[in-house]
Design a protein around this ligand. Sequence first.
Ligand code: UGA
Length: 428
Amino acid sequence: MRILIVGTGYVGTTTGLVFCEMGHQVTGLDLDENKIKALQAGKLHFYEPGLDELLSKHVTAQHIEFTKKTKKAVKENDIIFICVGTPQGADGSADLTYVKNVAHSIGKYMNKYKIIVTKSTVPVGTAELVTKWIKEGQEKQVPFDVVSNPEFLREGSALQDALNPDRIVIGSTSETARAIMKEMYRNFHCPIVETNPNASEMIKYAANSFLAMKISFINELARLCDGLNININDVSTGIGLDTRIGPQFLRAGMGYGGSCFPKDVNALIQMAKENGKPLSILESVVQVNEEQTIFFIEKIKETLGGNLLNKKIAVLGLSFKANTDDIRESPSLHLIDRLLAEKAQIKVHDPVVKIAAGPSLVQLQSVEETVTGADALIIGTDWDEYKNLDWAILKPLMIQSFIFDGRNMLEKEALGNLGFHYIGISNH
Ligand code: UGA
């Protein structure tokens, strides 16, 4: 089947390459010339482990091509996946401008029956809107079906997640479209949830919101446990082994970030309000998440004597999680903003992210340079390479030996033995 992917961000590019792996011929369409040029040359314009090898393999084998030419791409392909961004609008709801533009173009250039699939995270009712927008764009009537097929991959493990999904959700009222979609996914060995587009769209928001809720639950509980001298990691392990709860997304930290959870939880809250059924539980999830950085920074302040004026602080990790260069809504950057507001002097390090320096903010190439002369070190992102640092070498480089682990990823006891003063998130 000839597949067109509109939008070559990490979801679009990964999805396209996974379909190549499944033996399909794929075209990636994007209006951004720089992205297209890079992809045509077999180079990713973002950091995602493992994806670059797959890209160059399929570009070389001509299983995938990239183009800016919308008309030709729409005409030549049978199944069109919409993978464009749905950023947060001013009121918290999802902004569908890009989806609408794509739907209009598809309508305009459609020459024969096609299936249009929304993979972007879109609010309930969007499949109906896409149908309307395609019809608006059509100059003559051509039959088509719209399918909602949300994506559940994570940044940092996009390829693994997309190749091995827990489930595939297909939301459509058309039996023909559902049958074709199932055929496309025939090589995946996971349950397929067939439903209508509205339920499918809701499943995506519900999944992300539920996971965000687990994180806020454990983070708020961590604050209580902190006061009670209880190790929150033990609590996570203890409850996570209950198969009804599950161990994942119970890692306490500085709060969730990224381009998805913050935006999607807000969008669902907004959707609920608009429908007169507010989701107070999710409003609390957001509040807890916003407070979590404050809780952590208060801890740092208290430990360092009540104020951070001119304190020299090394922050390791800038991305919102490990294995990505994405800094959108990164808890580490929120923390740095607050440290700067408290007039601390900051040096930062990240294995892949580069940020602009400021008067009190310097980025260095190595961890050694970053921690040299520091009063305290903060783990901002759970990059594996920070787990394996040689702390015995780092310690004498620092002026004071405070480590604040915002990701609860280091070995408290081992660091204590080396003479560090280690503080995690309720990591007693
Ligand atoms: C999330 C979902 O996990 C994916 O299923 C979904 O497809 C994606 O959003 C999306 O909608 O596109 P992602 O944002 O890439 O994926 O990253 P996650 O691994 O979910 O992490 C989100 C945030 O939660 C990160 O800041 C992470 O550090 C934090 N987190 C995660 C915790 O603080 N504790 C945990 O136990 C797990």
